[in-house]
Design a protein around this ligand. Sequence first.
Ligand code: HXC
Length: 259
Amino acid sequence: MNPELIRVNKAYEKHIALIQLNRPKELNALNLQVMGEIRDTLMELDNDPEVRVIIITGNERAFAAGADIKQMAGKGAIDMLKIDQFSTWDQIRKTKKPIIAAVSGFALGGGCELVMTCDMVVAAESAQFGQPEIKIGVMPGAGGTQRLPRAVGKVKAMEMALTGNFISAEEALNWGLINKVVPNESYLSEAVRLAKDIAKQSPIAVQLAKESVLKAYEMPLQEALSFERKNFYMLFATQDQKEGMAAFVEKRKPSFKGE
Ligand code: HXC
């Protein structure tokens, strides 16, 4: 029997699902099967009304040390074109629910790109981030030359992509790549804390706010502002908007139902 490549707990906490990468011997190298399972799981969780926030994590030693080099080593350009692995990544990017990366140890190459495909990042002090593809004669292919400069700016993205050197969690925090650095033993519990703060909000508002923030990276400002405005108006069609504003006026806590 094949070992489980990822472990999924749909109810890790109330409204919070956990996906754990599970190839510890290979430092969670992201082979095609793992990426396919992540994609399928995210699609399933997106359709599960009980789930409001998703956390992706690895283990203490590695979030993921990149795409599986052994699987790619013998491939030619047309093999890579036919395998079309990036359609999997495109689908992952379309996940409507918020995804938090809980990172400990290595987040390298495709692992760092997976982190950047998530919406927020909580890292252990031990975490190391890098785009070391240059050291094996290639370059980032899943957003590392695009999402990285948007997160950390041109010169730092250049340094990471052209030297392949790793940065520490502290540097990643200072450079704007991650949300917070926490003691090694609490990266997952802190990610859960963040997830809980999101899970108690209206899930429809969360979904539309996520969609709108992502447009900041994809659209010119005027169009993106117009997109944001329409999502804002749309939320006035929800029960959660009525409940949220009534609760404020009545000085009580809102109870959001996702309707
Ligand atoms: C396949 C990997 C791997 C990877 C580690 N392993 N990273 N296998 N693909 N990306 C395997 C090793 O071969 C080894 O298996 C085991 O995991 C432990 O790794 P070691 O190297 O022995 O550990 P250590 O000395 O602690 O070094 C850790 C490391 C190093 C610094 C993270 O493993 C490393 O440099 N890995 C490659 C990082 C990288 O280049 N990533 C980018 C990949 S390209 P064995 O069987 O030998 O014990 C990429 C492109 C993305 O991501 C494009 C889009 C998808």
